[in-house]
Ligand binder design. Structure first.
Ligand SMILES: Nc1ncnc2c1ncn2[C@@H]1O[C@H](COP(=O)(O)OP(=O)(O)O)[C@@H](O)[C@H]1O
Ligand SMILES: [Mg+2]
Length: 293
């Protein structure tokens, strides 16, 4: 695998379709994402940038655990589904590999990625590129200037911006999807290039109910006894206000870990355990929030 690339795969792919379905989020968000992605790919090859200044960049921003990475992968599958017969390649950039390259090398690595690796992979079709946790890749140069190793970070961000601009001008068959847990830490010049910045919120009550139901039904496939708990989903959803999707799924499954008996046989899990586990997760999340602040 090319350095700096975490994954490269042809679409469609069933696991990518599953990713799209796994994230419970408002239909209008899904629609905006799909439409913006397809608009970029249909307009950019045909209309001059000066007329329709689309960069082909979508940013998903929001707290950790809200499904951004999963949604981005799912979005790639939706692009492939909308372009049947086209060659669609998915590329996930590994920002940490690039950022941790030795002094002076991150810039070189980023340049090679955008000038060579991505265009080559996308040739003859289109490329959907995931820049996950882009705050690492395009760190805010203003903020970084006070910290260690500032020159290298500066150069790496410059190289990423130059790379995005090159794709914008020369490789109009590439769609970039970036995610970030910390939009304030991303260089403003990168954010300003986005055609759409979608804020991904923690799940609301309706989404939480869906996530809980989905998690319980997933467990029920192996332990049918868990299925009965679905009748309590509204109470569970009410008890889990403030949890992100990742913590929520973990807390539902984690209910079985409260007793040895249910840890060995999750089918015996009961509603009290689920409620207790959700409350525990909320206390932990609050605690973590206080520490981070
Ligand atoms: N809105 C949601 N609906 C369903 N599951 C979710 C949701 N948000 C997060 N999850 C779950 O949490 C896990 C982590 O999501 P991920 O995409 O890594 O989040 P992020 O990139 O925002 O940190 C996913 O596997 C998913 O199952
Ligand atoms: Mg993520």
């Amino acid at each position: 695998m090319t350095p700096g690339i975490a994954q490269q795969t042809m679409l469609p792919d069933p696991s990518f379709n599953q990713a799209w379905d796994a994230i419970k989020i408002a239909d209008q968000v899904r629609k905006r994402l799909v439409n913006q992605a397809l608009l970029g790919l249909s307009i950019r090859p045909k209309v001059a940038f000066e007329v329709a200044p689309l960069h082909g960049l979508i940013v998903l921003a929001g707290p950790p655990g809200t499904g951004k990475t999963t949604l981005a992968r799912g979005l790639a599958s939706q692009v492939a589904a909308a372009l049947p017969g086209q060659r669609v390649v998915f590329i996930q950039v590994d920002p940490h590999a690039l950022a941790s390259a030795s002094l002076g090398k991150s810039q070189q690595a980023a340049t090679k990625l955008f000038d060579q690796t991505i265009p080559e992979a996308a040739q003859g079709g289109c490329g959907v590129v995931l820049l996950d946790e882009v705050e690492t890749l395009a760190a805010d140069r203003q903020r970084m200037s006070l910290e260690a190793n500032p020159v290298d970070v500066h150069r790496a961000t410059d190289a990423v911006l130059a790379g995005v601009d090159l794709l914008t001008r020369k490789h109009r068959n590439v769609l970039l999807i970036a995610t970030t847990n910390y939009p304030q830490a991303v260089d403003p010049a990168f954010m300003s290039r986005a055609d759409l910045i979608e804020m991904i919120p923690p799940p609301n009550a309706e989404a939480r109910a869906e996530i809980i139901r989905d998690t319980l039904m997933g467990l029920a496939k192996s332990w049918p006894g868990v299925g009965g708990l679905v009748s309590h989903v509204n109470a569970f959803a009410a008890a889990s206000d403030g949890l992100d999707g990742r913590r929520l799924r973990k807390a539902v499954v984690g209910a079985a870990a409260l007793e040895l008996e249910t840890a060995k046989d999750p089918g015996k899990m009961n509603a009290q355990q689920v409620l207790a586990s959700l409350q525990q997760a909320k206390r932990n999340a609050k605690e973590a929030g206080r520490e981070a602040a």
